[in-house]
Design a protein. Structure first.
Length: 357
């Protein structure tokens, strides 16, 4: 059984087909939607000098800083940074109603430093909510499945058909196809063995909060190893050397991880002992797989124009993704890895974004 991480998107520009879009309305978590909106803001605005997810902006009425989902610092002619654009990202089960939109409008009004105010909804808006936003000069956008032909909203790409028809994604994954793990626990004075189902502990002897069993921890270590090894390799050289087969030849490798900061303890004859180092020895292999990407676009509700689009690789078990980000203003396509830390899975604060070029 392989454990994989590290996605290299491979684009295939294909003629239009009759394949339809079939996916849940929004299989992304709220934090993933917020992150993607941030990426789209960065791609859409060439004058952006800073894009922050979970920014804190001063509320003049409350006299305190308050959270704004996405802020974009922009630069005017001459290189003078002068303003914020702000986007509130909402992922509700039903369209945003007038009460919710009015609350957001009032929030923006009390933030004089924000000069461009917008709301992005992943569930649409009611008719009265649209009227309320128009009254207060708030721009409305919707984060939705990308189904319209590219030539209608992204003419600079000079492609015919939908994003799903024009961009199909494959992945090259780095895998431990065969392996064994050697654990180093300096506090243990005798040899010990850890079975997959054995429980793990913290320094107090309580159950470990992150990894319940060694089997779970082993999977995490294999993923961590391939991620680190993948980051040391050139994507271009990998794609050039990998044959057009499902898998490459295996090669022997050994990788030692310092896991002291994980604070994982195992039960031995000497009591509970901390694992400080793990060495993985075995064989690595590159594997080609077909993925089913997700296709999203952010549309301006008033004009129907596209703000930005994204093609996203299938979600991996650890929440990591790779996104292709598009702007209707340019032919350029950015390939952006999305690696949310565990602390950002439920809430994002003050996370700065940069596009990988």
């Amino acid at each position: 059984m392989g454990y994989t991480l590290g996605v290299i998107p491979t684009l295939s520009h294909l003629p239009p087909t009759t394949i339809g879009l079939s996916m849940p309305k929004h299989p992304l978590t709220p934090m993933m939607v917020q992150y993607l909106v941030g990426l789209c803001c960065l791609k859409s605005d060439p004058d952006a000098v800073d894009v922050t997810i979970g920014d804190m902006v001063y509320d003049a009425t409350a006299e305190e800083e308050r959270d704004v989902d996405v802020t974009v610092t922009i630069t005017e002619a001459g290189g003078v940074t002068h303003a914020f654009k702000a986007y509130e990202v909402k992922r509700e089960g039903s369209p945003l109603d007038v009460a919710k939109v009015e609350q957001l409008c009032m929030k923006f009004i009390d933030m004089p430093s924000v000069t461009h105010r917008s709301i992005v909804s992943a569930s649409g808006y009611t008719a009265t909510a649209r009227k309320k936003a128009e009254k207060y000069g708030i721009s409305l956008y919707e984060f939705r499945a990308w189904t319209r032909p590219l030539q209608e909203q992204f003419p600079k790409l000079t492609m015919q058909g939908t994003a799903q028809e024009c961009f199909k994604m494959a992945s090259t994954l780095l895998c431990w196809s065969q392996y064994q793990l050697a654990l180093v626990a300096p506090q243990a004075t005798v040899d010990f063995t850890v079975e997959p189902g054995d429980k793990l502990f913290d320094s107090s002897g309580s159950a470990h909060r992150t990894h319940a069993t060694f089997d779970e921890y082993r999977n995490e270590l294999l993923l961590r190893s391939t991620q680190l090894l993948f980051s040391l390799m050139s994507a271009a050289s990998v794609m050039g050397s990998l044959p057009s087969l499902e898998a490459s030849q295996e090669w022997p490798h050994s990788h030692t991880l310092d896991v002291t900061n994980d604070a994982v303890y195992v039960d031995t004859e000497c009591g509970i002992c901390r694992i400080d180092f793990v060495t993985i020895t075995g064989h690595l292999q590159w594997q080609n797989i077909t993925v089913e990407p997700l296709y999203y676009v952010i549309d301006n509700i008033s004009t129907g124009d596209a703000f930005a689009g994204a093609v996203i690789s299938s979600l991996q078990g650890d929440g990591n993704m790779t996104a292709l980000v598009f702007s209707p203003k340019t032919r350029g396509i950015d390939i952006q890895p999305i690696r949310l830390a565990k602390k950002h899975q439920n809430s994002i604060r003050n996370l700065k974004l940069k596009l990988s070029r």
